[in-house]
Design a protein around this ligand. Sequence first.
Ligand SMILES: Cc1cc2nc3c(=O)[nH]c(=O)nc-3n(C[C@H](O)[C@H](O)[C@H](O)COP(=O)(O)O)c2cc1C
Length: 336
Amino acid sequence: MELKEVLKNAKDRLYSTCKICKECNGVYCAGSVPGMGGAGTGEAFKHSYNTLKNIKLNLKTIHDAKDPNLKTNFLGVDLDLPFISAPVTGSKVNFGGYLTEEEYVNSVVSGSLKSGTIAMIGDSGDPSFYIDGLKAIKDKNGIAIIKPRENDEIIKRIKMAEDVNALAVGIDLDGAGLVTMRLFNQYVGPKTKEDLIEIINSTKLPVILKGIMSVEEALIAKEVGAKAIVVSNHGGRVLNHTKAPCEVLPKIKEALKDDDIIIIADGNVREGCDMLKYLALGADIVLAARPIIWGAVGGQDEGVSLIIDNMRNELYKSMILTGCKNLKSINSSVIS
Ligand SMILES: Cc1cc2nc3c(=O)[nH]c(=O)nc-3n(C[C@H](O)[C@H](O)[C@H](O)COP(=O)(O)O)c2cc1C
């Protein structure tokens, strides 16, 4: 199977939820939540896209970065590239249901492993989706991202993740106002520092806080003992008119310095160049969701793997053309 075929299949099978536009800029799908778009008029999605697009790469060709090394280690697991598949739930409501929830998560977990990386799975108003995700990551170094439910509900789900030998758990804190959860009568809401400390103390697994968009909250994440943060606005799906993750990332990196906390970031990563930009802005690892959905719907695990391999090849090429020998050598001098 070729990537072209995967994308063509995906376009046919996503029906009208996503057109796989040449520029995935949030215009066609504005307001499609549930769906593939951004919340409201889609400003958060569009702004993130435009801000990332406006960061430019500095082409360099007189150097010795002849064979860049893309390998990294995340929480003791070797990854072939600094990329992890983002948590996604709701195949039916968000992208037409061509795949069942189970088929979707299985495709993403297997495809990610095939390409030398790992996957996150998500939580949803329908509790069976989290269980499908847990089954998919059992013994596969997966990461379970739980909605910001009441603490006892989160802790219950952390134990379930421990039972499948998850590598880490996390909370998508930015899901605090999700109407989709309320529709299922599932409470979600913001967390206090004390709530977070209770959650982190409830497990030996590393805890990741997803949806951090300010220096203030990044510092709180560090203070309460989170192992990693995800600088993310949930793909522009939770609050319209937010800043772009790529816009807040440099200040967060600066504030956390070279501390022991891992910085993950996401939003509008569609090609290797986008990954390079995020790494130059201070991310250690980058996530993507929508391209992984295209891969899964267009070609299941093989499709996901082709999407990731393509991004890896593009990142490799981009590192040659910006003079980066390895991930450590990527810094703000790469971008303008
Ligand atoms: C259809 C869809 C469903 C999503 N479901 C979840 C979820 O269940 N949990 C979660 O933490 N994030 C979820 N996200 C957010 C992604 O994990 C990710 O943060 C965001 O989409 C990244 O932006 P990108 O799609 O531009 O790569 C979802 C995103 C989409 C597009």
